[in-house]
Design a protein around this ligand. Structure first.
Ligand code: 2AM
Ligand code: CA
Length: 262
């Protein structure tokens, strides 16, 4: 992959991030409900998307952009940028400073480059396939913890109510072993797995743009990424389990036994 693709993604993430930062302290943004009362979008998500799309399409006019708040499609679909211009909108709207800009570049259903930027902490995560994961320029690695007991595990609640019984059962099983958190930005949660802060993360029913950047960053830091039934991760199914190898195996066993009703 040409390094100029990664460079353009970084520039685009910083641009989106500075738009989010500019509006975060002020309250002059309008909030629109999408599906349920906590599935939101603001005019800031849209402004960030426009800024990012302008940079990507000016430099790479032939690569489609699939964005949560606006896509630019071109003829060929075997490669694309997947962009979430504000991942963690619910946090943003409530002034909880944990959200991000996420960009992934995929070719033939494989991740090639990922960039996630936290504009409040000015934390930049990025990875290229086969070249490791980086946090503010330093190489990062997933946690070396091997026991679920005492580990920092993270999940999320699906917007669709029909998906709740499954995750509720899994959460109950996991909480017998350790504490659990829901932080609210899937992209940043994957990066915290990459940095070894979070020991394991699973969530259902996400979108391609939530996952496309962070999945590669977690993998390149040494985490295993599958779906929560243990089969290969699929960007378009939106279910994810990311953890360093031993925790991944142990967490999968607990989650799967709940899925099978064991
Ligand atoms: P968003 O802020 O861009 O909507 C919260 O659990 C995290 O999951 C956020 O990253 C949120 O992205 C994302 N998310 C996306 N689709 C979701 C869904 N259907 N249910 C729950 N969370 C979803
Ligand atoms: Ca998102």
């Amino acid at each position: 992959m040409s390094s100029s693709i990664l460079e353009a993604m970084i520039v685009a993430s910083l641009t989106g991030g500075s738009i989010l930062r500019k509006y975060f302290e002020k309250e002059n943004f309008s909030v629109i409900q999408k599906s349920v009362s906590y599935d939101l979008v603001t005019n800031i998500d849209k402004e960030s998307q426009e800024g990012i799309n302008a940079i990507l399409t000016q430099r790479f006019p032939d690569i489609p952009v699939i964005g949560e708040e606006g896509s630019i499609q071109t003829g060929r679909q075997t490669r694309a940028f997947y962009v979430d211009p504000l991942d963690g909108t619910f946090n943003f709207v409530h002034h909880y400073p944990f959200f991000s800009v996420s960009l992934g570049y995929w070719e033939e259903n494989e991740p090639v480059a990922g960039v996630v930027f936290d504009p409040i902490r000015r934390d930049l995560f990025f990875a290229q396939k086969g070249e490791g994961a980086f946090f503010n320029g330093e190489r990062i690695y997933a946690s070396d913890r091997t026991s679920l007991e005492g580990s920092y595990l993270v999940t999320g609640f699906p917007y669709k109510e029909g998906k709740h019984p499954r995750i509720e059962k899994e959460i109950r099983a996991v909480m017998k072993l350790t504490d659990l958190r829901v932080l609210g930005s899937a992209a940043l949660e994957l990066c915290y797995v990459a940095k070894g802060i979070i020991d394991g993360y699973w969530e259902y029913d996400l979108s391609s743009w939530d996952l496309a950047g962070g999945v590669l960053i977690a993998q390149e830091a040494g985490a295993v990424v599958t779906n929560p039934s243990g089969v290969d991760f699929n960007l378009f199914e939106g279910d994810v389990l990311a953890a360093p190898p031993v925790i991944h195996q142990k967490l999968l066993e607990v989650i799967k036994s709940e899925q099978l009703g064991i």
